[in-house]
Design a protein around this ligand. Structure first.
Ligand code: ASP
Ligand code: MG
Length: 389
């Protein structure tokens, strides 16, 4: 009997019909004799809706309370999924991260898993039940508080659980058929990669591809857990396999898109080195609890020192509100987005002129382009597609 850990993302759980359809599939899998753990995200965009509600109540929502709030999204999915299974005669039980023994650091909204003590999960599996586990959350053993793992954290929960149960493989169900060389929602000729290595996937995810959370990929690599990325609600999906022995041989240009980039000015009388600004900024981000915001770039523009932060709209908004009384940082633009090409890049791209290009930068392995938000589609259509064919 194999233990299978299956992760379902928010878009695959967007409504109750989807939940029922997954339950029907699980019934078949269970009949084949597998022991099954389902790790679920919050339905559709409900986490964003919860964050928006918090933002409309408080400019600086207490981070502990924010975790209390946003951890409920997964609780809705897990209980509905377990109900759906029980309703069709499949014995199932749902657990929150805390009930399942997902132990984390105490850093609210950006905690890391330190240990998994999922004895209740094992026990329920031994009793022949399907376990439905809320992703994205855990409990800090010192403070006894509920924590969340940062946006997209359900992937990490799933890999940690696969490791604890020695499942060998973690199956990730998404709304696309696997890992593509560009976001198939942005570019309809994107090609699926049947297999790729951990490092290949990692470099795509770190460049912004929303395939699997980078922390989850790192954990999978460290523990040697294979990842199988497949399409939900599609029995014929072959998916993409990520393992130590897989490698994408095709030239892979990962075209990624992060919709939100804000530009700021670093105000100072004497110019400070980029390294200094970087470490000051890191301190700010940690002190104010914004572990999810990434510093994309720090640069000199005429006599001004500027920097770019990448994140979700709501987190960036919180950051801007938190800035209110900071005299060092000033918001300049909130209407930028980012495109990046990772892995390898044609030489001649350096010479390409982009409409609406705001800023362009090259490093050894990727290129990224920070552009005005509403130009994104144009740029992909007119300029980048040629490199993906
Ligand atoms: N629901 C959480 C989020 O939207 C966690 C996840 O989806 O993995 O970030
Ligand atoms: Mg989600």
């Amino acid at each position: 009997m194999a233990i299978r850990v299956l992760k379902y993302g928010g878009s695959s759980l967007a409504n109750t019909d989807f939940i029922k359809s997954i339950a029907a599939q699980i019934k078949k899998d269970k009949a084949a004799g597998d022991e099954i753990v389902l790790v679920v995200s919050a339905m559709g965009s409900s986490t964003n809706e919860l964050i928006d509600k918090a933002a409309s109540i408080s400019r600086h929502p207490d981070r502990r309370e924010l975790d209390m709030l946003i951890s409920t999204g997964e609780r809705v999915s897990m209980s509905l999924m377990s109900m759906a299974l029980n309703d069709i005669g499949v014995k199932a039980i749902s657990f929150t991260g805390s009930q399942a023994g997902i132990l984390t650091t105490n850093s609210h909204t950006g905690a890391n898993i330190i240990e998994v003590k999922a004895f209740r999960v094992k026990e329920a599996l031994e009793q022949g039940k399907v376990v439905v586990l809320a992703g994205f959350q855990g409990v800090c053993p010192e403070t006894k508080e509920i924590t969340t793992l940062g946006r997209g954290g359900t992937d990490t929960t799933a890999v940690a659980m696969a490791d604890f149960l020695n499942a060998g493989t973690c199956e990730m169900y998404k709304d696309v058929d696997g890992v593509f060389n560009a976001d198939p929602k942005l570019y309809d000729k994107a090609k699926k990669m049947n297999q790729l290595s951990y490092n290949q996937l990692l470099s795509m995810c770190e460049a912004g591809a929303k395939v699997v959370h980078p922390k989850a990929v790192k954990l999978a690599k460290e523990k040697g857990i294979k990842l199988l990325v497949k399409k939900a609600h599609d029995e014929n999906s072959a998916g993409s396999l990520i393992s130590a022995n897989s490698h994408a041989s095709q030239q892979a240009f990962a075209l990624n898109h992060s919709p939100c980039v804000y530009e700021f000015q670093w105000l100072n009388k004497n110019s400070e080195s980029n390294d200094h600004i970087h470490s000051e900024l890191q301190k700010h981000l940690l002190a104010w609890n914004f572990p999810d915001l990434q510093i994309l770039d720090i640069y000199q523009d005429k006599d001004q020192q500027k920097f770019l932060l990448r994140g979700t709209d709501s987190n960036l908004d919180f950051f801007v509100r938190a800035l209110a009384d900071d005299s060092k940082i000033k918001l300049l633009r909130s209407d930028l987005s980012e495109l990046s090409l990772s892995f390898s890049t044609p030489q001649n791209l350096q010479d390409t002129k982009f409409v609406g290009l705001y800023r362009y930068r090259k490093s050894a392995l990727d290129h990224y382009f920070v552009i005005e938000r509403n130009y994104t589609q144009n740029i992909i259509d007119k300029h980048l597609i040629q490199y993906l064919n």
